[in-house]
Design a protein around this ligand. Structure first.
Ligand SMILES: Nc1nc2c(c(=O)[nH]1)N[C@H]1C(S)=C(S)[C@@H](COP(=O)(O)O)O[C@H]1N2
Ligand SMILES: [Mo]
Length: 206
């Protein structure tokens, strides 16, 4: 409602919701659940997070080790390709920068592309450049509470500047790749990159 009346008066205050909605999106206050399969439930004592180099070298953390890593927070808008956007979602977790620095200490070298792999088999590809520089994290706290299993708990990838299908729920591994390969939705006709501001929904979109 506020959005319409602001537009009607021809005024759009800086930071107003109209500026924040990528093309074709609408704002929702809900937090819809979109999962391609059932919600996996891995006990925390069996949960690990792994970064895997192209040479198959790995860096791996148990849940306790993971939670002991420095934590960052991010308040961000998220944009689902099914056209809902949600503003000001607040997340805490471990930045990919932190994870890559730790992995490098253990001899895992980066490569230009990554595939995020999840419990349940979901995959999604993200270029390394989109994960670094504070742009992405493995989040495990949402709005101050442990992340709900339906939303990807215990931990999910958060890459909010791309469509939300790139934010892999129940993420367990980040695999480096020398070239870009499609994940689950990308192989089914969704865009290989998925920038909401360029409305890259399907593979034919520029
Ligand atoms: N593992 C996994 N991650 C996933 C999905 C999924 O089906 N499985 N769906 C994606 C899609 S299409 C979206 S829009 C968001 C939805 O996250 P939410 O259910 O927390 O809203 O998760 C993404 N991450
Ligand atoms: Mo989605």
């Amino acid at each position: 409602m506020a959005l319409i009346s602001r537009g009607f008066r021809g005024r759009r205050p800086a930071g107003g919701s109209a500026d924040r909605l990528p093309p074709g999106q609408y704002e929702t206050k809900d937090f819809p659940v979109l999962s391609a399969g059932p919600t996996p439930r891995t006990p925390l004592n069996q949960w690990t997070f792994t970064i895997r180099g192209v040479d198959a070298k790995t860096a791996r953390w148990s849940w306790d080790e993971f939670k002991a890593l420095p934590r960052t927070s991010m308040t961000t808008d998220i944009h689902c390709v099914t056209k809902w956007s949600k503003f000001d979602t607040r997340w805490e977790g471990v930045s990919i920068d932190t994870l890559l620095a730790e992995a490098a200490k253990r001899g895992v070298e980066p490569a230009p592309f990554t595939m995020a792999a999840c419990d349940g088999g979901y995959l999604t590809n993200v270029p390394l450049a989109d994960l670094v520089g504070g742009k992405a994290m493995v989040g495990y706290i949402y709005e101050g509470a442990p992340l709900d299993p339906e939303h990807g708990g215990p931990a999910r990838l958060l890459v909010p500047h791309l469509y939300f299908w790139k934010s892999a729920k129940w993420v367990r591994e980040l695999r480096f790749m020398e070239r870009d390969l499609p994940g689950f939705w990308e192989a089914l006709g969704y865009h290989i990159y998925g920038d909401p501001w360029r409305e890259q929904r399907y593979s034919g979109d520029a």
